[in-house]
Design a binder for this molecule. Structure first.
Ligand code: NAD
Ligand code: MG
Length: 398
């Protein structure tokens, strides 16, 4: 019998919702995968606990002061894990020659540099961090084309679309695809009275009916900006134009997305709403491994509903479509303004309905430029954040 060396995995954002689900799947297959590096910004005690359990070669903490704290804890227990810090530390472990697979699960624009480092180093990259693709689409996809890296989508919708397409698929029309149906639950306020939305609290917005997720993506789901970011993500991942993609609201989150073919076939990927399914799929692709997720019981699910999204209730969806149609740095601006707005909402500085208003204003006044390289992306991101903070100050006097 052949003995297999486990593949080394780097989990960027290991203390987050996706990070923890990833470690759960990895722990089920110690013969196939070993944890080489773990990273986090905070929740250092949880990271220490993960180091005790998985004994990675490296742990990376964003801030050096917190890294020092972890280093002291691990040293006192005589654990061999080496603790690094900073964005350089994140890029180092994401591109380490020993690493085969990188799970990109940092939230927001902070994930861009390490994710890009993994792509440039030719890793198998499992992409959860949609913001990095949205903000840097053309630069990210060019880096992918120039490297030996493979990119597997973790976002449940994109993973579903990936599963419903032939592999590889460089052209939707050559594959006989008529369009992609991107499904979304509609979030916790799908049927709420629009007049009541300005009073929504962060905890209400983070209380998603079907998925348990980090706070930023939970707010994005409540505004449906998550679907907007996913719309842009799908355009880049599947070489699609906006008219190739239709958003469908599906409150039960059982169908994770669909592909309509020219011959009338509509392929769907279904399952219980649990991110361990797309994580296990992408990890093992093209094999299939056990994920810990129960088989879907369609009889107890009972019914599946579909409806058109209400863009007057969810203006973020329209803003995202406008951004990808405008091209260049418009998605970068959208993403940066959204990150500032969500942070302000979570801090109690901006009402829920102010999120879309702030983004729309930033998009109106910020000049769209061509994205040539990482520098132009980061410059556009910085500029949009500056504008967003200024407008935020005007909107709510902070
Ligand atoms: P989370 O907030 O639960 O976790 C984020 C992780 O990133 C944590 O480990 C945190 O310490 C780390 N982090 C945060 N800021 C950082 C920074 N500045 N530098 C370095 N590390 C930092 O988020 P999540 O829900 O796990 O989401 C992670 C990514 O996956 C997001 O881009 C999200 O859109 C995407 N995603 C999540 C889900 C889900 O079900 N949670 C589904 C689809 C896609
Ligand atoms: Mg999703």
């Amino acid at each position: 019998m052949q003995t297999m060396t486990p593949q080394s995995v780097c989990v960027l954002g290991s203390t987050g919702s996706i990070g923890v689900s990833t470690l759960d799947v990895l722990a089920r297959h110690p013969e196939s995968y070993s944890v080489y590096a773990l990273t986090a910004r905070d929740r250092i005690e949880e990271l220490a606990q993960q180091c005790r359990r998985f004994a990675p070669r490296y742990a990376v903490v964003l801030e050096e002061s917190k890294a020092a704290q972890l280093r002291a804890t691990l040293a006192a227990e005589e654990l061999a894990t080496e603790v690094l810090s900073g964005v350089d530390g994140l890029c180092q472990v994401a591109s380490d020659p020993e690493v085969a697979i990188v799970m990109a699960a940092i939230v927001g624009a902070a994930g861009l540099r390490p994710t890009l480092a993994a792509v440039q180093a030719g890793k198998k990259v499992l992409l959860a961090n949609k913001e990095s693709l949205v903000m840097a689409g053309p630069v990210f996809m060019a880096a992918l084309a120039e490297s030996d890296a493979s990119l597997l989508p973790i976002d449940s919708e994109h993973n579903a679309i990936f599963q419903c397409l032939p592999y590889p698929c460089d052209s939707l029309s050559e594959a006989g695809v008529e369009h992609i149906l991107l499904t979304g639950s509609g979030g916790p306020f799908r049927t709420a009275d629009p007049e009541s939305l300005h009073r929504v609290t962060p905890d209400e917005a983070c209380n998603h009916p079907n998925w348990s997720m980090g706070r930023k993506i939970s707010v994005d789901s409540a505004t449906m900006m998550n679907k907007g970011l996913e719309f842009i993500e799908a355009c880049y991942l599947f070489h699609a134009v906006p008219s190739d993609i239709q958003v469908v609201v599906h409150p039960q989150s059982i169908v994770h997305s669909m592909v309509q073919y020219r011959d009338g076939s509509l392929l769907a990927q279904m399952g219980n709403p649990d991110m361990r399914t797309p994580i296990a799929h992408a990890l093992a692709f093209p094999q299939r491994v056990e994920s810990g997720v129960n088989a879907l019981d369609l009889i107890s699910a009972g019914r599946l509903d579909f409806e058109a999204p209400d863009e007057s209730r969810f203006p973020c969806l329209r803003l995202a479509r406008e951004a990808i149609l405008a091209g260049g740095s418009a998605p970068t601006i959208l993403n940066a303004a959204n990150e500032v707005a969500v942070e302000a909402f979570l801090a109690g500085e901006l009402p829920f309905t102010g999120i879309a208003q702030l983004i729309e204003k930033v998009m109106e006044i910020t000049v769209v430029v061509e994205l040539k390289d990482l520098e132009t992306v980061e410059q556009a991101d910085r500029e949009a954040r500056t504008q967003a903070h200024q407008i935020l100050g005007e909107l709510c006097g902070v």
